[in-house]
Ligand binder design. Structure first.
Ligand SMILES: [Mg+2]
Length: 130
C-alpha cells in the first residue's frame, strides 16, 4: 500500500533531506506533503489522508508538540504513526512525546534512520492487519 506522507519542519533543507531519505528508503510512496509549521500541518491533514507524519518540534506559529496534541485529540488521527525529528535534548519532553505515541529521530540523522522507522511502521501495520 502506498504511503501518503506529511513532513512538517520550518527548515526547507531538513524537509528535503527527509523527503530524499524517503525516496531512498525503498518503500511504496504515495503523495508527499510538506508544511512549515504545526498549523499548516493540521490544515494539510484536514484535506488529505496521511499515513505517516514526520514532525519537527521547534517551529513558529505552532510547534510540533502542540500539533501532536491536536492530532491525538481527534479520534480520526488517534492512531496516526508520528515520527518526531528534532534536536530536542530534554528527556522529559521526549518522554512526553513518546507517551503520545510518537517515535523519535535525533537531528542530524543518516538516511538509514528514516528507512528503519518506515520499515518499523509498515511492519507494525502489517502485523495489525494480519
Ligand atoms: Mg525547527
Amino acid at each position: 500500500m502506498a504511503l501518503n506522507i506529511l513532513v512538517v519542519d520550518d527548515s526547507s533543507v531538513v524537509r528535503s533531506v527527509i523527503l530524499k531519505s524517503l525516496r531512498l528508503a525503498d518503500c511504496d510512496l504515495g503523495t508527499l506533503h510538506e508544511a512549515t509549521n504545526g498549523q499548516e500541518g493540521l490544515e494539510v491533514m484536514a484535506q488529505h489522508w496521511i499515513d505517516v507524519a514526520f514532525v519537527d518540534i521547534n517551529m513558529p506559529l505552532m510547534d510540533g508538540e502542540e500539533m501532536i496534541r491536536h492530532i491525538r485529540q481527534n479520534p480520526v488521527w488517534a492512531d496516526l504513526p508520528i515520527v518526531v525529528v528534532s534536536t530536542e535534548g530534554s528527556e522529559t519532553r521526549v518522554e512526553r512525546l513518546k507517551q503520545m505515541g510518537a517515535r523519535f529521530i535525533h537531528k542530524p540523522f543518516p538516511p538509514e534512520a528514516i528507512r528503519r522507522v518506515v520499515q518499523e511502521i509498515t511492519g507494525a501495520k502489517h502485523e495489525l492487519n494480519a
